[in-house]
Design a protein around this ligand. Structure first.
Ligand SMILES: *[C@@H]1O[C@H](CO)[C@@H](O)[C@H](O)[C@H]1NC(C)=O
Ligand SMILES: *[C@@H]1O[C@H](CO)[C@@H](O)[C@H](O)[C@H]1NC(C)=O
Ligand SMILES: *[C@@H]1O[C@H](CO)[C@@H](O)[C@H](O)[C@H]1NC(C)=O
Length: 373
């Protein structure tokens, strides 16, 4: 299923005393780094870019939009990217996303879908998919993943935030000359102004497919958007090395033509205190963005870094690193730069799992829905 696995497990990471993994802002060339919540290259409108094409060697861009539903700061005209894959992850608050394959829209062979994304929900928009979105709550964090990295140069060159210009009724920006819709193609942006977003949402969805009302499956290809409500998608349990990983993939190489993967990992501490952290080395770039708990990450050549909510670590290809949960039920979002990353390695040695919780780590513990009783 994952033919290009190149992860190696070696025995230990040499960490260099005095060399900190933490950086004050997004680096301009690929290197291992950790960056605190909220830091990174910033632009107007509450947007920060903790991982860019420059910092990831073009693998991917991670962009956080912290904003609310104020006019001009949310909503964008419907458009398509022909080369760029764009995932919309609600890290907090709520985001509404619409999507439909462009060819199927023109041929009238599919039905437009929309979802209200609450925290932990994702909509994946493959290339050639019409999409538009809006932020719904005052304190929303939309985490965008754009592949390949470098698409974000569009936002900087046009000097517009990712969530503008506003709606399809007035697709022009204020200022001399308005907005050059035709000049957008060189940035891989193709407006689709005849697309009318539907507004008949019931229970967070409109259009075909499950949401919080049933299992969410991952389409095997790039011909339609993918929607995964938190913990309603596929789950896998890997119990190697005296700890549990629950992997919830949003997209794998099968959905991205092996260009990237994204999902979440929920990690237990070691059940045996003496366990040494396994070292992984991946042929593709790896990034984690923390959601809860605490993760100690050691990259070869650097001091260990202890990450909490919102912190991000980036590890370039072929760089040995290890990670340990230092708090119970530690969870992070991952992005890897190909179909054969850390997630694929973990899932290859995992079993399908139907719970959001991992099993109790001692037979003496009685655990009900993750709570010791
Ligand atoms: C990426 O690097 C190029 C070349 O140095 C530079 O022009 C550009 O501004 C950088 N982009 C970002 C988002 O930092
Ligand atoms: C599109 O298809 C639907 C049902 O398949 C049909 O009701 C509708 O009239 C079609 N629209 C156009 C413009 O052909
Ligand atoms: C998938 O990737 C291969 C190899 O990079 C490329 O030749 C092919 O055109 C891609 N397919 C699509 C649908 O993008």
């Amino acid at each position: 299923m994952y033919p290009y696995l190149v992860l190696l497990v070696v025995t230990s990471v040499a960490n260099a005393a005095g060399t900190s993994l933490w950086v004050p802002t997004t680096p301009q060339s690929p290197k291992p780094y950790a960056i605190k919540k909220g830091l990174g290259i910033a632009m107007a409108g509450g947007n920060t870019y903790p991982v860019t094409g420059n910092s990831s060697g073009k693998a991917f861009c991670i962009l956080n939009t912290n904003a609310g539903p104020t006019p001009g700061a949310s909503g964008v005209f419907p458009h398509v990217h022909k080369k760029t894959y764009e995932n919309f992850y609600s890290a907090k608050g709520r985001v509404q996303l619409w999507g439909q394959n462009l060819d199927a829209y023109h041929a009238n062979t599919s039905i437009q879908q929309t979802r209200i994304l609450g925290p932990g929900d994702i909509g994946a928009i493959p290339p050639n998919t019409i999409h538009t979105f809006t932020l719904l709550e005052p304190d929303t964090q939309l985490t965008g993943v754009l592949v390949p990295g470098g698409f974000e140069e569009f936002f900087f060159n046009m000097n517009i935030p990712p969530s503008g210009p506003p709606d399809s009724e007035s697709p022009t920006l204020p200022g001399a000359g308005g907005f050059d819709m035709d000049g957008l193609a060189k940035w891989d942006v193709y407006p689709q102004l005849d697309f009318v977003p539907r507004h008949d949402v019931v229970n967070g969805k409109a259009g075909p497919g499950n949401w919080y009302d049933g299992a969410n499956s991952l389409a095997s290809g790039m011909s339609e958007p993918i929607w995964v409500a938190k913990n309603y998608g596929p789950k896998f349990l890997n119990s190697q090395d005296n700890r549990h990983h629950i992997i919830t993939p949003f997209v794998t190489g099968l959905q991205t033509n092996n260009t990237f993967s994204q999902g979440t990992i929920t990690l237990s501490p070691f059940s045996r205190a003496e366990t040494r952290a396994p070292v992984v080395k991946s042929a593709v770039a790896t990034a984690f963005m923390m959601e809860e708990g605490q993760l100690e990450v050691t990259v070869e050549g650097f001091e260990p870094a202890s990450l909490i909510d919102g912190d991000i670590v980036f590890v370039p290809p072929n760089t040995p690193f290890s990670y340990v949960a230092t708090a119970e039920f530690t969870k992070f979002m991952y992005v890897t730069g190909g179909g054969a990353g850390l997630d694929a390695e973990l899932m290859a040695k995992a079993k399908p799992w139907d719970s959001a919780f991992y099993p109790p780590q001692s037979s003496n513990l009685v655990v009900k829905r993750g709570i010791r009783i």
